[in-house]
Design a protein around this ligand. Sequence first.
Ligand code: CAA
Length: 255
Amino acid sequence: MTVELTQQGDLAVLTLNRPKALNALSFAILKEIGEAIDRVADMDVRALLITGAGDKAFCAGADIKELRNRSLVDQKRGAELGQAVFAKLDRLQVASIALVNGYAFGGGSELALACTFRLASPNAIFGLPEIKLGLIPGYGGTQRLPRLVGEGRALEIIMTGRNVRAEEAAQIGLVNAVVEGDLMEAGTAFAAKFTRYSLPVLELARRAVQRASDMPLHEGLEMEADLSTLAYRTNDAEEGMAAFEEKREAQFKDG
Ligand code: CAA
């Protein structure tokens, strides 16, 4: 298997393990990622960390060697496969964190963009260099990048295909933080900041924010009213408010 899925404490860890090709995404690997994400849904975990093997790359994008001499129908199916696999991260009950250690180009950046959060090592380099290949991003980059960094910046990054280094990525909101030292440790510590809260309520928060950019403000506010009302129906909300009044730590039970 080129994609490894392990459990470390209450975290699932998905590792792209094809370092000789800088963890490039062949179609076979994309399918393995999809299957691994499906397995995460059945694991007793509170977040998913995604990383790339080796110290050079998170993922250098779609496997360019597989992209040539295919029919347009196959090219479209390829884009739809990548989009569908990455969209599974949106629907996962737990949040995902991309640990970007080195290059995150093309489909690699798009995988990171599809995660709930992104942490980068100081040597991380992001980019959507498809334009240099005579292509445009096809695994969600044109849609998710502008939602994170704004249309003007996204257009500039996509139309120039330029590199975005870790420091700039943090400045423009492309990553949540740049972390020195061990990225896995940093990812574990980052996850611990939210995983102690109620999983179903965390999911409601993610849904509300994810859907915000898909709808006009008045519809978004209506959706927020519905989802925040749903949170009140959980036992965890009862526990959280009781714990506040009783001046003690809340004991959430994910229900
Ligand atoms: N696909 C296939 N193989 C790749 C690859 C990719 N995206 N990226 C790197 N590799 C392979 C190289 O061919 C090389 O293999 P060989 O040793 O067999 O020749 C190996 O990985 C190491 O790569 P380099 O020798 O190129 O390493 P480098 O340090 O000199 O350069 C790099 C690193 C700047 C990331 C360079 O490899 C590069 O530019 N890669 C391509 C990045 C890219 O264009 N990604 C976008 C792909 S298209 C896409 O993703 C479309 C989409 O929207 C889904």
